[in-house]
Design a protein around this ligand. Structure first.
Ligand SMILES: NC(=O)c1ccc[n+]([C@@H]2O[C@H](COP(=O)([O-])OP(=O)(O)OC[C@H]3O[C@@H](n4cnc5c(N)ncnc54)[C@H](OP(=O)(O)O)[C@@H]3O)[C@@H](O)[C@H]2O)c1
Length: 212
């Protein structure tokens, strides 16, 4: 599969790029800088583009089988730019006639009880709220794009660089936590889940949570 990966230079994006390349897929990796460290493969091309610009996305997505996103706002930007990115990606994909999208979301949206999302719990760190709530707003826009075959892939509450074990669990709309209530996934295993979702399409039009 030829995948246009937006946010390829990011912490999660680089790992998704390497996972896809290890499986024999071709990856065009997009960031505004156009440089991607830590990914070196004949089937990888790093390009520059702005996800908030539908013309850029359309130009870059043309000829690809799917679009993947590990986009995240820079520290000097408002988290609300995530919604602008989502809108740019969706519109660009429509223009390029590419209809498959896997989007890296946030854990804040996930249910931890019948009427409670993770972001609404007392334990949810105050400093994560602006980004978590921007990720939920972006989901609201994605949900309306029913003409695309999208999946909103949400990491566990904690996702960090770690080991690739190849093991993970998913749940539709619900936080994945272990028996102690800890919700964690390594970025490497999130990348495994991401590539599996691109290949198998188990979560089209779903919020799919990933954890151990
Ligand atoms: N537990 C959780 O819920 C959790 C935890 C961590 C991360 N996340 C989510 O996962 C996503 C990725 O996180 P991360 O830590 O890997 O992010 P990151 O390291 O900050 O990477 C962000 C990537 O997006 C690119 N980018 C930013 N704005 C862009 C634009 N307008 N056009 C094109 N590319 C753009 C950046 O490259 P340039 O700056 O060069 O453009 C970079 O490649 C984020 O949405 C974050 O919210 C969720």
């Amino acid at each position: 599969m030829q995948v246009l990966l937006l946010g390829a230079s990011g912490r999660i994006g680089r790992r998704i790029a390497n996972e896809l390349l290890d499986r024999g897929h071709g990856v065009t990796g997009v960031s505004r800088s156009g440089t991607v460290e830590g990914v070196d493969d004949d089937d990888f091309v790093a390009v520059s583009g702005d996800a908030t610009d539908p013309d850029d996305v359309a130009r870059l997505a043309t000829g690809h089988d799917a679009v993947a996103s590990a986009l995240g706002p820079s520290e000097d930007e408002s988290p609300d730019v995530l919604t602008e990115m989502l809108d740019g990606v969706v519109e660009g994909m429509r223009r390029a006639d590419v209809d498959r999208l896997v989007w890296t979301g946030g854990a804040g949206i996930l249910q931890v009880g019948p009427d409670t999302r993770l972001i609404e719990t007392e334990e949810f760190p105050e400093e994560w709220k602006p980004l978590a709530s921007a990720a939920i707003d972006a989901y609201g826009h994605l949900e309306e794009a029913t003409d695309l075959r999208w999946t909103y892939l949400a990491p566990a509450a904690l996702i960090e660089p770690g080991e690739r074990t190849g093991d993970y669990r998913t749940a539709t709309g619900e936080l994945v936590a272990d028996e102690d209530g800890d919700s964690y996934v390594s970025m490497e295993d999130f990348a495994v889940a991401f590539a599996d979702e691109l290949e198998n399409e188990n979560g089209v039009h779903d919020v799919l949570a990933v954890g151990y």
